[in-house]
Write a protein that binds this ligand. Structure first.
Ligand code: OSB
Ligand code: MG
Length: 375
C-alpha cells in the first residue's frame, strides 16, 4: 500500500553536450521537471516528467505540467490510501483531460515507490523479463550529410544496434541514401520525421522504400491516425507511430485502421506505466512489435524507460543512449552505460529504480522547487 504525504517538484537545468535538432524544434539546455514522492512510512523516490521548454513535440511544457501537478494531480494522490500502483492512472485520469506527461511523472513514481517498498527491482514489478536491452541511437538533424554520415559511422562503431535519422523536407531521401551507402545494406537504419510531412508528400516518401529502412516514424501530424493509414497503404516500409499514440485507444485505432505496424512507447507520452503496459500487451497479442523511445531524459527518467523496455514485446532496439552521450555529468550513479554490443543492463540488484540519485548535483542544478502536502 502507498500513502503519499508530500510531493516536491523541482526544475533543474541540464545543458546537453550538443544541441539536438528535429524537424519541429531544437533542444539545448534542458529544463527538466523532477518529482520526489514521499510515502507516509518514510520511503521516497525520484521521478521525471518528459516535458521541456516548448510545445513542439506535444502540447505540454514544463510550465503547463508544473501548475497541473500542483493544483490538480498531486492533491488527488496525497493522503489517499492506494492499494496498488495500477490504480493511479484511473485516479489521475478522472475528469482531467490530457496532461499525460504531468500525470506520468507521479504515476510512474508510484510504481517505483511500490517496487521500493516491496523490495523489488522496478523492471520486475512491471513484469519485465530481460536482463539487458538492445540500444539504438537517435541522430538529430545535422548541418550537412557528411556530418550525419560521420555520426552514423561512429554510432555503429560504438556498438549501437540501430541508427535513427531525423528527417524533414530537404533533408530526407538524399541524406538517408548517403547514410545507407556509407553503412552498407546490413545496417539497421530508420528515419523519424516528427510530423514534417502531409499526404501530398506520399510519392516523395515512397522513394524511401528502396532504402531498406526498418521503419519510418511519425511522418504525418502529431495527432493523426487516419492519414497514416492512407500513407501506409502506399508504402512497403512499416510506419511506426510515436506522437499519435497517447493511449491504448489510439493504439487500437492504429491497429484496426492499419495506420502503422510498429509502436514507439514512451511512458511519459501515454500518461505512465499502466497505459504503457496496456499498449504493450495489446500489441503483443496483435503481433505488433514495440520499442522504447526517449525524450532526452536525465538518468532518472532513463531508469524508468529501461525498466519498461525489459518487457517481452520490446523486441526492437530502444532509444536508450548512455548518459555520456547527452551530459557531461548525469544526476545518477552509476551513470547509464552501453556495452560494446549495444546493450544496456537492466539493474536487478537493488529495489526500485536501480540507480542512486545524486542529491548534491541536483541541488546545484535546481532553479525552483515547490512542495505539495496532504491537507
Ligand atoms: O521523436 O523520438 C522522438 C527527442 C525529443 C523529442 C522527440 C524525440 C526524441 C528522440 C531522442 O528521438 C531520443 C533520445 O535519445 O532520448
Ligand atoms: Mg519520434
Amino acid at each position: 500500500m502507498i500513502r503519499l504525504d508530500r510531493i516536491v517538484l523541482r526544475e533543474i537545468r541540464l545543458p546537453l553536450r550538443e544541441p539536438f535538432r528535429i524537424s519541429s524544434g531544437e533542444w539545448r539546455d534542458r529544463r527538466i521537471l523532477l518529482c520526489e514522492l514521499f510515502d507516509a512510512d518514510g520511503a521516497s523516490v525520484w521521478s521525471e516528467s518528459v516535458v521541456d521548454d516548448a510545445p513542439n513535440y506535444s502540447p505540454e511544457t514544463i510550465d503547463t505540467a508544473w501548475p497541473t501537478l500542483v493544483r490538480f494531480l498531486a492533491p488527488r494522490l496525497l493522503g489517499r490510501a492506494i492499494e496498488a500502483p495500477g490504480e493511479v492512472h484511473g485516479i489521475l485520469a478522472e475528469d482531467v483531460r490530457g496532461h499525460n506527461m504531468a500525470k506520468a511523472a507521479v504515476e510512474m513514481g508510484c510504481w517505483a515507490l511500490a517496487a521500493t517498498k516491496q523490495g523489488l527491482p522496478l523492471a520486475r514489478l512491471l513484469g519485465g523479463t530481460r536482463k539487458e536491452i538492445a540500444t539504438g541511437i537517435s541522430l538529430g538533424i545535422q548541418k550537412d550529410p557528411e556530418t550525419l554520415i560521420e555520426k552514423a559511422r561512429a554510432a555503429v562503431e560504438l556498438g549501437y544496434k540501430k541508427v535513427k535519422i531525423k528527417i524533414g523536407p530537404g533533408r530526407d531521401v538524399e541524406w538517408v541514401t548517403a547514410v545507407r551507402r556509407a553503412l552498407g545494406s546490413g545496417a539497421h537504419l530508420m528515419a523519424d520525421a516528427n510530423n514534417a510531412y502531409t499526404l501530398d508528400d506520399a510519392d516523395h516518401l515512397a522513394k524511401l522504400d528502396d532504402l531498406g529502412l526498418m521503419m519510418i516514424e511519425q511522418p504525418l501530424a502529431h495527432d493523426d491516425i487516419i492519414h497514416h493509414a492512407t500513407l501506409q497503404a502506399r508504402l512497403r516500409t512499416p510506419l511506426c507511430l510515436d506522437e499519435s499514440i497517447t493511449s491504448l485507444e489510439r493504439a487500437q485505432e492504429m491497429e484496426s485502421l492499419r495506420a502503422g505496424r510498429i509502436i514507439n512507447i514512451k511512458p511519459g507520452r501515454v500518461g505512465g506505466f499502466a497505459q504503457s503496459l496496456a499498449i504493450h500487451d495489446f500489441c503483443e497479442e496483435k503481433g505488433i512489435p514495440v520499442w522504447c523511445g526517449g525524450m532526452l531524459e536525465s538518468g532518472i527518467g532513463r531508469a524508468y524507460n529501461v525498466a519498461l523496455a525489459s518487457l517481452s514485446n520490446f523486441t526492437l532496439p530502444g532509444d536508450l543512449s548512455p548518459s555520456a552521450r547527452y551530459w557531461t555529468q548525469d544526476v545518477v550513479t552509476p551513470e547509464w552505460t552501453m556495452d560494446r554490443d549495444g546493450m544496456v543492463r537492466v539493474p536487478l540488484d537493488s529495489p526500485g529504480i536501480g540507480v542512486e540519485v545524486d542529491r548534491d548535483r541536483i541541488d546545484a542544478l535546481t532553479v525552483r522547487t515547490e512542495e505539495v502536502r496532504a491537507r
